[in-house]
Design a protein around this ligand. Structure first.
Ligand code: DGY
Length: 328
């Protein structure tokens, strides 16, 4: 394989990096903050491959600066930072990393629900502060068993969360763009969005960010939820109107929120949301296990290397411009 010119906007995992370096001349941005746009546009001028991780916008401007690009790969399942139509217009296949992160992300999502419902992090604070054994009562939680979980976005991760929820005795309803044919197997009932908002004791948001889902949870949606509702977002921060969520939590219109994603992201330590007692936030770590992040890096490298060879990307989002198997 020739030494293809590639740009990596973030460090990847060692096994994936070794494979990429065997075949490519790499420009790698190693700093913690995102690569400055001006430098990125300079770097991609002669790039044949681009590997990113949600840290840059791949848009018309970038693609215009990168006339030699054969492939864009991203080590994430989400691709709201990628202009897929613009890639397709230029015949550039884009590969993401679906599948390999499903179970880890479902674990974290369900852990948020459990941790919020049973106040695990607050109980730990209680013990750490030396309150165990004092007159103070430890934080109490709420039952899961027999309650209703509403899943918004019943894709692979939603189904994996549903599996975990069934084992905890939750009744599951879901809202999706369309009813799933296999929802009897999932033991989940398809409902419309309003019914889900009104009936659920726990609501989990797992829809991808798109023009359709941006701001999907705002003041009107929180107003329809039960005052005892728990709201969990493990998808993208911008699906939720942060000000409306803050108001709903502060006024106890809903009981609690647990978020793995925020808008803005990262959220600063002095953001008003963080001052509330009824919230739990993790730093977008849905897929962050050693095993899963390695699998994501491997799959992203597979996509990148296949595209450089003009061979079919294993997981291509814009299939109409994917290379055919074995093409030169
Ligand atoms: C993804 O892959 O889109 C996740 O949000 C990353 O953790």
């Amino acid at each position: 394989m020739a030494a293809y010119k590639v740009v990596l906007t973030k460090e990847t995992w060692p096994a994936a990096m070794t494979r990429i370096e065997q075949h490519c001349e790499v420009k790698l941005w190693k700093e913690a903050e995102p690569i400055p746009r001006k430098l990125l546009l300079e770097w991609v001028k002669d790039a044949e491959g681009l590997l990113c991780a949600g840290d840059i916008q791949v848009d018309e401007e970038l693609l215009t600066h990168a006339p030699g690009l054969r492939v864009v790969a991203q080590s994430m399942v989400g691709y709201d930072n990628i202009d897929i139509d613009a890639c397709t217009r230029r015949g550039i296949p884009f590969g993401n990393t679906p599948g390999v992160l499903v179970e880890a992300t479902a674990d974290l999502t369900f852990a948020l629900l459990l941790s919020a419902a049973r106040r695990i992090h607050e109980c730990w604070d209680f013990v750490r502060s030396g309150n165990w054994g004092s007159d103070a009562r430890p934080p109490y939680g709420v039952d899961l068993f027999g309650k209703t979980l509403g899943i918004v976005g019943m894709g692979d991760i939603g189904s994996a969360v549903a599996r975990r929820a069934r084992a905890s005795g939750l009744n599951i309803i879901y809202y999706n763009r369309s009813k799933r044919m296999d929802d009897t197997l999932l033991e989940a009932r398809y409902v419309d969005f309003s019914e889900l908002l009104e009936e659920s004791d726990f609501i989990i948001c797992l829809v991808p960010l798109s023009n359709r889902s941006r701001g999907m949870f705002g003041a009107a949606e929180f107003a329809r939820m039960k005052p005892s509702a728990y709201f969990i977002n493990a998808a993208r921060g911008a699906i939720v109107n942060t000000v409306a969520l803050y108001e709903a939590l502060k006024s106890k219109q809903i009981a609690y929120a647990a978020l793995d994603v925020t808008d803005p992201e990262p959220i600063s330590g002095d953001h008003p949301l963080l001052s509330l007692p009824n919230i739990l936030i993790t730093p977008h770590v849905g897929s962050a296990t050693y095993e899963t992040r390695n699998r994501m890096a491997d799959l992203a490298a597979d996509n990148l290397l296949a595209g450089l060879l003009r061979q079919a990307l294993p997981t291509c989002v814009n299939a109409s411009v994917n290379y055919s198997l074995g093409a030169i």
